[in-house]
Design a protein around this ligand. Structure first.
Ligand code: ATP
Ligand code: MG
Length: 594
């Protein structure tokens, strides 16, 4: 491709709209252009990168026996109602773009394809002889993200590879899942990325295994907690750890004490001169179920610990059937700013025994407060906690004395694991923290969708049973930008060889110099014939501008037909480390890996 003939526009200045290096560089180098929030045009150089990644993905997927297909982006609401996700996706997270057709039928723009693929499966899979089966596609997904940002990292329209597998039983699913783990590892390795597979939250489905593939980079939105011995790595949403020990309580006798202006754990610990590990803090939440009904939830946890909202959300989803509900739509903390509740508990002084009949004066509120206790709070003796009265706390209290011992079903781990905590598998190892960009997620779905949509098959015994499913997502466009985030310098992008839009760029210092142009044309023809993708910078620009642009767009090799042409040689500079070689024209193709 000749730069003089193609759309090639670079910018010297950082665009104001971008915060992180990869986003700035992709905009500056003319790879992408913003059309609307979270909506980008993939310009020709970007498209080549995306195609290269897709090709690697296809090769690795096909090698496992998975088959490529293409599913519709327009998805009927009715399928999502059958799975029970229409409400979650249109109301709770509100992540699905929806529209109505001319017959007033509701449709969604595909954010993911479990419903569609399960519909295909229920129509086409009849017998165990057809199993296992794995279909995948590479396609644009639509999600009305709450906070689209960082360019392609979190778009509202983005490219994903998503695959879905169908099985007779769990061992067969496990086999494909393990294959996908390997395939994803191969893909990321081939794309030249430094990654880590971590345990991930699998939502409310419980038990089912799920792993995320993280590209390690400071700009990552996820926190990974891991141990140095390589035995443990998990998304902080999912991570577990051993909490630090609580100190021994000096409060032998139980008293109700006036503790003015101690609405925070820190203020209370200072006032009493005690460790925050001796305090049971009580946090009030409000859960909204899919039918709009709300429930108050009181969580008691040790004062020095934080609640992991994902764990809490999952615990509440598990308990939703107790309230005749199917799903939790949303979860929010209630505090002094929640004045709209029309009632005001003693904020900052809540006790674990906040009245079971406590609830705001709203007709949609379910009677009875759900009380949950984290094990860190349950294990305390002679602790300090709120007395349900402004400016008062209990000091030296105990479960089973001042407060009823919680039922076992009310004790649940909702604690956020933190860097510095001891690892569960080996308390000698402390959890370390790193930032990660989630590029892939593999997941054992089990029978959730097949049961909901009635996707069954006939097993060897002649019984009709639900299919067992797995699903495997990989963010192709996010991966492309993650590669830049991981591999760049102050001058621009440094594409890993396997996904670079072109392998080489011939930067002609002066196009009016006929010897230079002749050598460039000769090389261009030679390299193209050798199957090496090459750009020819034949623009009427100075050598300085051309070199800067070549660095910015990150092409792995720059070839300069310059001074050494007199000896029949050109300069070949490697973008990665700027090492330079003088090579005969005939040697270039081989040096570039043809
Ligand atoms: P996240 O937690 O980052 O929102 P997710 O859990 O919603 O991701 P999945 O539904 O598992 O993601 O989608 C599979 C893959 O698609 C992700 O691992 C990620 O690489 C990519 N992806 C998800 N959302 C986006 C987005 N808004 N923009 C770009 N890529 C995305
Ligand atoms: Mg998401």
């Amino acid at each position: 491709m000749r730069l003089s003939k193609i759309l090639f526009v670079t910018q010297r200045q950082d665009p104001a709209e971008a915060e992180i290096p990869s986003h700035k560089l992709l905009l500056r180098a003319g790879y992408i252009r913003r059309i609307a929030s979270g909506v980008y045009a993939y310009l020709p150089l970007m498209w080549r990168v995306l195609q290269n990644i897709s090709q690697i993905v296809r090769e690795e997927m096909d090698a496992t026996g998975a088959q490529e297909c293409l599913l519709p982006q327009l998805q009927p609401a009715q399928l999502w109602q059958e799975s029970g996700r229409w409400d979650t996706y249109t109301r709770a997270e509100g992540i699905m773009f929806t529209l109505k057709d001319r017959q007033e039928h509701h449709l969604g723009l595909g954010p993911t394809h479990e419903e569609v693929i399960t519909d295909v499966a229920r129509g086409m899979i009849r017998s165990y002889r057809q199993l296992p089966l794995h279909l995948y596609q590479i396609q644009t997904k639509f999600r009305d993200e709450i906070r689209p940002r960082f360019g392609l990292m979190r778009g509202r329209e983005f490219i994903m590879k998503d695959g879905y597998s169908f099985h007779e039983d769990e061992p067969s699913l496990q086999q494909t899942y393990d294959q996908m783990y390997q395939a994803y590892s191969n893909i990321l390795r081939r794309c030249g990325l430094d990654f880590r597979a971590v345990q991930a939250d699998s939502g409310a489905i419980g038990g089912a295994a799920s792993q995320e593939f993280m590209i390690l980079a400071a700009a990552g939105e996820d926190e990974v907690l891991y141990t140095e011995d390589g035995q443990y790595a998990a998304n902080s949403e999912k991570a577990v750890s051993v909490p630090p020990l609580a100190v021994l309580s000096p409060f032998a006798a139980c008293t109700r004490q006036e503790t003015p202006q101690t609405t925070t754990v820190a203020a209370l610990a200072t006032y009493l001169g005690c460790s925050p590990t001796l305090i049971v803090k009580n946090i009030l939440y409000q859960v909204t179920f899919e039918d709009g009904r709300r429930l108050g939830v009181l969580v008691s946890i040790r004062g020095d610990q934080e609640v992991n909202q994902v764990k809490l959300f999952n615990a509440l989803t598990e308990r939703a059937p107790d309230y005749g509900a199917k799903q939790v739509l949303s979860l929010q903390v209630l505090d002094q700013t929640s004045a709209h509740l029309g009632c005001s508990p003693p904020w900052g002084y809540l006790g674990p025994d906040l009245g079971a009949d406590w609830r705001p004066h709203a007709p949609d509120y379910i009677a009875g407060l759900l009380r949950l206790v984290d094990p860190t709070a349950l294990n305390l003796k002679n602790f300090v906690t709120g007395a349900n009265q402004i400016d008062y706390h209990w000091v030296g209290a105990n479960w089973g004395q001042q407060f009823p011992l919680p039922e076992p079903t009310r004790v649940v781990d909702v604690r956020l694991a933190k860097a510095g905590d001891q690892a569960v598998h080996d308390p000698g190892q402390l959890l370390q923290s790193a930032r990660g960009i989630e590029v892939g997620h593999i997941f054992q779905l089990g029978r959730k969708y097949s049961k909901a949509l009635g996707a069954t098959y006939t097993n060897e015994k002649g019984e009709e049973v639900p299919l067992v499913m797995g699903c495997y997502g990989l963010g192709v466009s996010r991966l492309a930008q993650a590669a830049v985030e991981q591999s760049h310098d102050q001058d621009g992008i440094i594409w890993p060889l396997a996904i670079a839009p072109y392998r080489a760029i011939i930067s002609v210092p002066r196009i009016t110099d006929t010897a230079q142009m002749a050598a460039a044309e000769q090389l261009y023809a030679q390299l193209t014939a050798a199957g090496i993708s090459v750009l020819l910078d034949d623009r009427p620009e100075s050598a300085g501008v051309k070199f800067k642009d070549a660095d910015l767009i990150g092409i792995p090799f720059r070839i300069v037909p310059g001074r050494s042409l007199a000896q029949g040689k050109v300069e070949v500079v490697r973008r990665q480390d700027r090492t330079s070689q003088e090579l005969l024209l005939t040697e270039v193709a081989e040096a570039l890996g043809a």
